[in-house]
Design a binder for this molecule. Structure first.
Ligand SMILES: N[C@@H](CCC(=O)N[C@@H](CS)C(=O)NCC(=O)O)C(=O)O
Length: 214
């Protein structure tokens, strides 16, 4: 398998964790999101993904997009160890936690959104950073309440082993740290992030450990 990705991309980070967790080796193909105006916009990459977004996973010529669809594909093709629990209710909870990050927090802070704020709407760098922090802060506030209040939360987002929810949470926490978001109001999130960081699948997928890390 070949993963088109970039060390800082948190959607790519999710897929790297899932591949590591399932013990699947892959070729690392760099798509630098800022060099030369962004390699995602190059015609060669647009031919691979017209959305001009990473990650893209190439599995024997089949190109898969959307990190959560990719991870569910890996889950179906390589079920062990699982990233989804058994039982419809448990799976719905894990997917909801994952989507809270992947749909309701992350897209608002994507590079193209930040660039539109700066380049088209002309907001200042301070306002742009304020926007970034605001969406993480308000998203984490809800997530923290949900995780802290639910007895199904364990060392990880759902019970005693990592799931798709943790796979989405950890890269979002990394983004928060990069932008110096104060995480002290979110002790459950911080605790779960630390539990994940102790696992090689998560630690080895971290931005700083990637071959294109700057
Ligand atoms: N929903 C997509 C989001 C993909 C995405 O937003 N990728 C970002 C990096 S994390 C990207 O390629 N950004 C390029 C840009 O904004 O120009 C997924 O989960 O795969």
């Amino acid at each position: 398998m070949k993963l088109y990705n970039y060390f800082r991309s948190s959607a790519s980070f999710r897929v790297r964790i899932a591949l590591n967790f399932k013990g699947l080796p892959y070729e690392y193909a760099v798509v630098h999101l800022t060099k030369g105006g962004g390699q995602q916009f190059a015609p060669e990459f647009r031919a691979i993904n017209p959305d001009a977004l990473i990650p893209v996973l190439d599995d024997e010529g089949q190109r898969l997009t959307q990190s959560l669809a990719i991870i569910e594909y890996l889950e179906e093709t390589h079920p062990q160890p699982p990233l989804l629990p058994t039982g419809a209710l448990a799976r719905a909870r894990v997917r909801a936690l994952a989507l809270e990050v992947a749909c309701d927090i992350h897209p608002l802070n994507n590079l193209r959104v930040l660039n539109y704020l700066s380049n088209t709407l002309g907001v200042t760098m301070e306002q742009r950073t304020g926007w970034y922090k605001y969406w993480i802060d308000s998203g984490f506030e809800a997530l923290e309440k949900r995780l802290a209040a639910d007895p199904r939360t364990g060392p990880f987002c759902h019970g005693p082993s990592p799931s798709l929810a943790d796979v989405c949470l950890v890269p979002q926490v990394a983004n928060a740290r990069r932008y110096h978001v104060d995480l002290s109001p979110f002790p459950t999130i911080v605790r779960i992030d630390a539990a994940c960081a102790a696992l090689p699948a998560f630690a080895d997928a971290a931005p700083a450990r990637q071959p294109d890390a700057e």
